[in-house]
Design a protein around this ligand. Structure first.
Ligand SMILES: Nc1ncnc2c1ncn2[C@@H]1O[C@H](COP(=O)(O)OP(=O)(O)OP(=O)(O)O)[C@@H](O)[C@H]1O
Ligand SMILES: [Mg+2]
Length: 316
């Protein structure tokens, strides 16, 4: 796997605040990488560092092989960025805003017209393209900013809260576009988001930041396996062995953390995490219980996020 972003011990301080703290990670070509963390965790600062907008206090990084501090313009020709608060020239039309950027990003003149039309269509702005952006709604401005970030077909796209302020249909459309860019066209997407449901659906891997530090990194499935400490499972067993099984379950407080409940021929219990499933299964099989099925209720990134938060709180 090729790493398009390599970050090594990256640190950025603003006076007494350490916004990014010894961050090391890699992002691979073609993946949708989710960057999660509370308000002020350091997500936007990282994006700004990776694009050469601000300088690191210490540490190093390579983005598409470039050092953002040294080769900023060459790098930005190949990356697209949707910033948190994108600015447009409000006095100009959407068309003119895009046209200025097309020049700036050296989109070949013969392609400009077609490219702008494609994007205006894509983001459902074609019939308002000749209006001044100052009269646009928030979501329309956001869609225009996304179109602008994509003008030069960047191979690496940074999206800082891409769908914030969009209505559910527009947000869905943008998420489809992100998937299409990554899966069909091989682009890499670095996505800062607070929307954990969206991150779970879209992202190949996610990183979680807490006060500038990396606290978790992996696929959503890996992270749920690692961090979720309460897992509801349903166990289907031989009807005649239910009493015996209840007895066994009650004797395993490390694995089984709730009182088992009988529900039409099965038992429902809360386990202490994913690893408790094979451990419990082994014990039940060893005790000659005929297990027909163990089904875990689906877990999600939201549970990971809260588990990480709780872990942090209990350390403090
Ligand atoms: N230019 C700056 N001057 C001073 N402090 C800054 C500056 N930029 C960021 N910070 C501080 O760095 C920390 C990280 O901010 P950052 O904007 O990166 O967080 P974030 O994870 O993007 O948060 P949010 O989810 O709210 O967008 C915050 O404490 C913020 O106040
Ligand atoms: Mg931010």
């Amino acid at each position: 796997m090729t790493a398009v972003i390599k970050i090594n011990q990256l640190t950025r301080c603003f006076k007494e605040t350490t916004a990014v703290d010894q961050l090391s990670l890699e992002v691979f070509a073609g993946e949708i990488f989710g960057f999660l963390g509370h308000n002020g965790a350091g997500k936007t600062t990282t994006v700004r560092l990776l694009n050469g907008v601000i300088e690191p206090t210490s540490g190093s990084m390579r983005v598409l092989g470039f050092d953002p501090q040294v080769d900023g313009p060459a790098l930005r020709a190949r990356t697209g960025v949707l910033t948190e608060t994108p600015s447009m020239d409000e006095r100009l039309t959407a068309w003119d805003n895009l046209s200025i950027y097309a020049d700036l990003y050296r989109v070949p003149r013969v392609e400009v017209h077609k490219r702008i039309n494609e994007l205006l269509d894509e983001f459902d702005l074609a019939d308002r393209a000749k209006e001044r952006v100052g009269g646009y709604s928030k979501g329309m401005k956001q869609r225009l900013a996304l179109a602008r970030a994509l003008l030069h077909k960047p191979e690496l796209l940074f999206l800082d809260e891409a769908t914030s302020g969009l209505d559910p249909i527009a947000a869905h459309h943008v998420n489809d576009l992100i998937v299409r860019l990554a899966r069909r066209e091989g682009h890499t997407v670095f996505l800062c988001t607070h929307n954990l449901v969206e991150a779970q659906k879209l992202c190949d891997r996610v990183a979680v930041l807490e006060h500038g530090r990396l606290v978790a990194l992996g696929t959503p499935a890996e992270l749920t396996r690692q961090y979720v400490r309460r897992l509801d499972v349903q166990i289907e067993i031989n009807e005649e062995q239910i009493e015996g099984t209840l007895h066994i379950l009650r004797s395993l407080p490390r694995l089984v953390i709730s009182e088992p409940v009988r529900t039409n021929g099965a038992l429902t219990v809360t386990l202490s995490g994913h690893e408790a499933i094979p451990d419990l299964l082994e014990i039940l099989v060893h005790k000659s219980i005929r297990v027909y099925r163990i089904a875990a209720k689906e877990t999600n990134l939201e549970q990971v996020y809260f588990a990480l938060h709780d872990e942090k709180e209990s350390v403090q």
